[in-house]
Design a protein around this ligand. Structure first.
Ligand code: 3HC
Length: 284
């Protein structure tokens, strides 16, 4: 099936990034969020990102205008009725996701595909609450979406081959390299990344080295663009804590368990860059 119109549910950091790369690939996008202030914030984020690309000479003004012209915003789910693909990137919590999918199932045309950008929740648990589990898959993008080259395409036990193939081709169309994954918690990247980040926090907690030395160790010793504590601040301490809890609940293995330091920092509101404070201070 040709994907010519995408409904992007949730216009936060991830959703606006996904909407941007989809529109850049020539596909019409309608971005949905629950309140107009979130829609406007998401559209503003896309505009800013495209303007930065123009400033850097990576995009010309007229192309920017064309990309923006392909994106509209709405707070009305009914406006998504004729979309070929719905990508959902709302709050990382099963209950509101299922509630949204049940509504969408009654609104969006029968042949449309639903894809969740969840980082660790079970895709089939969402898909099974709709009348189209065979047309349900995962499309997991990485932050910042315009920069990171990967998308994980997740096939559940119920996803049809045709749905998976359409999703895979769509991932390539929006300029990403596709990794195919089974519907297993954390898929490929977070299954490996999250225990590494948790171990870095454990090393800090145990006094093995300072935060700067832990980060420099991995940046300079292994060529990572960010050290693990910087990266945890970038992703959000709450997000890492939450994904760790999901992985631990599933696998019951120590390396997925959150260290007490992470829990304390989350409780204190030191959530990383977005909060102005995490392992590092971003208040300036
Ligand atoms: N949107 C668009 N472009 C952006 C951007 C954004 N939000 N942030 C950075 N960029 C671009 C810059 O414009 C710059 O482009 P240029 O090379 O053409 O000039 C390029 O990216 C590099 O940016 P900077 O020079 O400002 O800074 P850095 O060199 O430090 O790179 C970074 C920033 C790309 C974020 C880099 O540090 C990096 O790759 N960090 C690791 C990010 C990562 O691991 N992400 C995955 C997180 S896990 C995840 O998302 C899964 C989830 O489920 C938890």
């Amino acid at each position: 099936m040709a994907i010519t119109k995408v409904g992007m549910c949730g216009l936060g950091q991830m959703g606006s990034g996904i909407a941007e790369v989809v529109a850049k690939a020539g596909v019409t996008v309608i971005g949905y969020d629950v309140e107009d202030q979130f829609v406007q914030k998401g559209l503003g984020r896309i505009n800013k990102s495209l303007s930065k690309a123009v400033e850097k000479g990576k995009l010309d003004e007229s192309t920017k205008g064309e990309v923006l012209g392909r994106i509209t915003g709405t707070t009305n789910l009914n406006d998504l009725a004729d979309c070929d693909l719905i990508i959902e990137a709302i709050v990382e919590n099963l209950e509101p996701k299922i509630e949204l999918y049940k509504k969408l199932d009654g609104i969006v045309k029968k042949e449309a595909i639903f894809a969740s950008n969840t980082s660790s929740l079970s895709i089939i648990e969402m898909g099974a609450t709709t009348n189209r589990p065979d047309q349900f898959c995962g499309l997991h993008f990485f932050n910042p979406v315009p920069v990171m080259k990967l998308v994980e395409v997740i096939k559940t036990v119920a996803t049809s081959d045709a749905t998976f193939e359409t999703a895979r081709q769509f991932g390539e169309k929006v300029g990403k390299v596709v990794v195919s994954c089974a519907d297993s918690p954390g898929f490929v990247v977070n299954r490996l990344l999250v225990p590494y980040l948790l171990d870095a926090i454990r090393a800090l907690e145990a006094g093995v080295a300072t935060k700067e030395d832990i980060d420099n160790g991995m940046k300079l010793g292994c060529g990572h663009p960010m050290g693990p504590l910087e990266l945890t601040d970038f992703i959000g301490l709450d997000t890492i804590y939450y994904i760790g809890e999901i992985l631990f609940a599933e696998f019951k293995q120590h390396h997925y368990a959150s260290p007490p330091l992470l829990k304390s920092m989350v409780k204190a509101g030191y959530l990383g860059r977005k909060a102005g404070r995490g392992f590092y201070d971003y208040s300036k």
